[in-house]
Design a protein around this ligand. Structure first.
Ligand code: ZN
Length: 493
């Protein structure tokens, strides 16, 4: 650790602070380090505690630290300030809740219990493009953040102002609508729900604030803070939905799809029989084309169409070379009408319906029937609020903002029956247990409670053993337990 990025004295005690892999250091991380320097140098307790002490502390943080909790350093120095200390902060939520610390290059590895931070359900790690984008917006809009103590920041993050700021992705001109009445059945009999120890993809939404309501009449769970339909596009920028690849790279992925590189691969397999029997297939919200290319592999002769609002040129060429017809279009009645589509035996919407406003979803479901042959099927897949896998890690609320609804069997059946469908069957699959080192590894590092970390660690153990993992997936599928429902519906006659 030759280059210390920030160094300073508190009295005669010297501080060196660095970030692991700091050759990748960006502006955000540099600002975080300057903030911690400022806070530590002027901290009264620390000044007092380090009076007459002559020592040195080197601190190495993990990458992606945005808001570093200065109290962690102060707390550690209470014990170690009598000597030279080398401190590596390991795992957890970068800069705020470490899972452990290493003192003096591993001579002492200690698990580290954080004192109550009075904030849970958050993730300050800016290694993810979306969080980095939002954190940038935050510090550009609220410059004072970089001078505030960590507990003051915590107070701010819990305010309505902050919650709305993150839900509108930092765009202050966008209005947030509070919705307390059920958008499906209009009942006022709804209750607030809270996520607990898991965190949302935005990272900065604490669990002290409710993001969803549950309708006690129709059982729909709906986002209680929504932007207008026109503004929903803020959630679908390229940093969140990467689709700009070369044709060659698109092809490479599409030809080698498997459960490990394609998040909903196993969900797709539930439709294999229907794919084999269909002469024509339409996938609405086709994303990078994963489902349609799998469908092509399963059935060489069927006519397959893929439709999405955003389809870069290279993706289109890749799909065309697999004999798939690409359409760039919104999933709205007006846009679909213009395409003059023929009828399809199978229409699919994988992880799409939760992104719609409920009244738009109902309208589109009614319209889709006109695109289906009489014996055709509609297959939907979406998270199931009632499922244990969906509750675990707070999976149900992880896409707050983007996911406007979280369904369960009753609420989706209610909507399908009222729009002219019958539900043939519902299968279950879990994206969260498909492989090790993914969801539960993340959970054991970032869950807020000890219980939550423990449970995540136990499940991760099962997932790490390939035999056990496959067995567990098999049993879950058989018992119809899984974070997502795959709903097969036909037209009512
Ligand atoms: Zn309702």
């Amino acid at each position: 650790m030759a280059n210390h990025l920030v160094s300073f004295y508190v009295n005669n005690y010297k501080f060196f602070i660095s970030i692991r892999n700091h050759f990748k250091l960006d502006k955000i991380t540099r600002l975080s380090l300057l903030r911690i320097k400022k806070l530590l140098s002027k901290n009264k307790y620390l000044r007092n505690h380090l009076k007459k002490k002559y020592g040195k502390i080197e601190i190495l943080y993990p990458e992606g630290c945005s808001l570093i909790d200065e109290k962690i350093i102060i707390d550690i120095l209470k014990t170690y300030s009598n000597r030279k200390v080398k401190l590596s902060i390991i795992g957890g939520i970068s800069g705020s809740v470490p899972t452990s610390i290493i003192i003096n290059s591993g001579t002492q590895k200690k698990r580290y219990f954080i004192f109550n931070q009075k904030i849970s359900g958050v993730n300050f790690d800016t290694n993810r493009p979306l969080r980095k984008f939002l954190y940038n917006k935050l510090i550009n809009n609220y410059k004072k953040i970089l001078e505030m103590e960590f507990n003051e920041i915590v107070k701010f993050l819990k305010t309505k102002e902050s919650i709305n700021f993150f839900l509108r992705y930092g765009n202050k001109s966008i209005k947030i609508y509070n919705i307390n009445k059920c958008p499906n059945c209009f009942s006022k009999n709804t209750i607030k729900l809270f996520h607990s120890e898991g965190n949302t993809i935005q990272g900065f939404l604490p669990s002290s604030n409710s993001l969803y309501n549950l309708c006690r009449e129709c059982e729909l769970v709906f986002s209680n803070k929504q932007v207008s339909k026109e503004n929903l596009k803020i959630y679908y920028q390229n940093f969140a939905y990467e689709r700009k690849k070369s044709t060659k790279n698109h092809m490479k992925l599409l030809k080698n799809l498997n459960e490990y590189n394609t998040s909903h691969f196993s969900n797709y397999l539930h439709s294999a029989k229907k794919i084999k029997r269909s002469k024509s297939i339409l996938d609405l919200g086709s994303g990078n084309g994963e489902f349609v290319s799998l469908a092509r592999k399963i059935n060489k002769n069927t006519k397959i169409s893929a439709l999405d609002w955003f389809m870069p040129k290279n993706l289109k060429s890749a799909l065309k070379s697999l004999n798939i017809i690409p359409y760039t279009s919104q999933i709205s009645i007006e846009s679909l009408r213009k395409l003059n589509l023929n009828k399809f035996d199978l229409i699919t919407m994988w992880e799409v319906i939760e992104h719609f406003k409920i009244d738009d979803l109902k309208k589109i479901l009614i319209y889709i029937k006109t695109l289906m042959t009489d014996n055709g099927f509609l297959i939907l897949s979406t998270p199931d609020f009632d499922d244990p896998h969906c509750k675990s890690l707070d999976f149900w609320s992880m896409a707050a903002g983007e996911h406007l609804s979280v369904f369960n069997e009753n609420s989706i059946k209610n909507i399908l029956n009222n729009t002219g469908y019958y539900v043939k069957n519902i299968e279950k699959e879990s994206v969260t247990i498909k492989k090790a080192n993914a969801w539960y590894d993340y959970g054991l590092k970032t869950n807020s409670s000890l219980a939550g970390r423990g449970s995540a660690q136990m499940i991760e153990q099962i997932l790490k053993n390939k035999k056990l993992r496959e067995k567990y997936k098999y049993i879950s599928r058989k018992n119809k337990i899984g974070s997502e429902m795959i709903i097969v519906a036909g037209k009512q006659t």
